[in-house]
Design a binder for this molecule. Structure first.
Ligand SMILES: NC(=O)c1ccc[n+]([C@@H]2O[C@H](COP(=O)([O-])OP(=O)(O)OC[C@H]3O[C@@H](n4cnc5c(N)ncnc54)[C@H](OP(=O)(O)O)[C@@H]3O)[C@@H](O)[C@H]2O)c1
Length: 311
């Protein structure tokens, strides 16, 4: 068969059965996940698997009635059995997931010394191990079909770390590193890997921050780290309030990644993400941290009453 005939035959075949990708989104109970399914729900071309932890399921079912192209399922990304059961169900129902959007995430606010092993594990389980587990489960069907997309919601914290957010940054750096390696592994197989990197989003998600026993705001902070918390928490909240980017704006960026034939690995989720990327790339390495440190609120005074630093 000549190339011309082959292309024509493929076009006719495609028209007969248009691509109706199965999109699965994690963490749809609030914020970005909710904004994304609001955007995707009316698009008839998509079959949608809306997932969230149990407490959000009833609310989601009320707002987004299920149909022959919409299903809503409970999924705690940290639980392997739930991950496996759901992917098996989707394979039986629709032949597998075509586009996986790993959006669910949590963020601890605590200095390194105030974290415990359990806290570190929960952070990694939710933001890294869970998404990786889901990715491993959906890849076999994507490879079989010769196409698919893994879209991981990362963060500017995956390129620049901030004090009191070490564990969160570590989880996003892990996600970035693994996605970068996966990009190479999947390129020959026709599967795209995308990292959406939002900076500050104007949303209520700072209300969902996780604290450890020692970093909880209800405690009266004393000790060498009290200044860090007193300044970093309002600073991050202020930056989020001042941000012009809403969850809906980032959701539209994700839609772009869904629709683009060959999206790049890195996609900025907010305009400030572009600025942070340039700071990282253009400033000489030994300047990056001192410059950013000087921009943190009153950072030069932090821990002054406690430090034994030798001058
Ligand atoms: N907000 C920002 O400024 C910002 C900036 C950069 C990156 N991001 C990233 O964007 C993504 C979405 O965050 P967001 O801003 O929309 O925050 P959010 O409003 O707190 O939403 C996070 C969602 O993840 C869900 N979730 C948490 N743990 C889960 C688990 N184990 N299994 C399943 N779902 C779980 C939460 O469900 P529950 O309601 O059950 O807790 C919630 O619906 C995250 O990956 C976050 O790291 C956010």
């Amino acid at each position: 068969m000549s190339l011309w005939w082959l292309r024509r035959w493929r076009r006719i075949e495609n028209k007969k059965s248009p691509y109706r990708p199965v999109i699965m989104v994690t963490g749809c109970g609030s914020g970005l996940g909710l904004a994304l399914i609001e955007l995707l729900y009316p698009i008839n071309q998509y079959r949608l698997v809306i997932t969230a932890r149990s407490r959000s399921i009833a609310k989601l079912k009320e707002k987004f009635p299920e149909s022959d192209r919409i299903i809503i399922r409970e999924l705690n990304v940290a639980l392997e059995t739930q991950r496996k059961n759901l992917i098996q169900e989707i394979e039986r129902l629709w032949g597998g997931v075509d586009i996986l959007i790993n959006n669910a995430g949590i963020s601890y606010r605590a200095v390194v010394e105030h974290m415990t092993d359990e806290d570190e594990f929960l952070q990694m389980q939710t933001n890294y191990l869970g998404p990786q587990g889901l990715t491993r489960l959906v890849l076999p069907k994507m490879r079989e079909k010769g196409r698919g997309k893994i879209i991981n919601v990362s963060s500017v914290s995956g390129m620049l770390a901030m004090p009191t957010m070490a564990a969160y940054s570590a989880s996003k750096y892990a996600l970035e590193g693994a996605s970068e390696a996966l990009w190479y592994e999947m390129k020959p197989l026709g599967i795209n890997v995308v990292l959406i990197q939002p900076g500050f989003i104007n949303s209520n998600s700072f209300k969902h921050v996780y604290y450890t026993t020692h970093s909880h705001p209800k405690k009266i902070f004393e000790g060498p780290y009290s200044d860090y918390y007193h300044h970093m928490t309002p600073f991050v909240e202020k930056m989020m309030r001042l941000s012009i980017t809403t969850p809906e704006t980032v959701a539209r960026r994700i839609l772009k990644a869904i629709q683009k034939e060959n999206p790049p690995l890195w996609m900025a989720g907010t305009p400030d993400a572009v600025i942070f990327h340039l700071i990282r790339r253009l400033l000489p390495r030994r300047w990056v941290l001192p410059v950013l440190f000087s921009l943190l609120p009153k950072a030069k005074t932090w821990g002054k009453a406690y430090t034994r630093k030798r001058v």
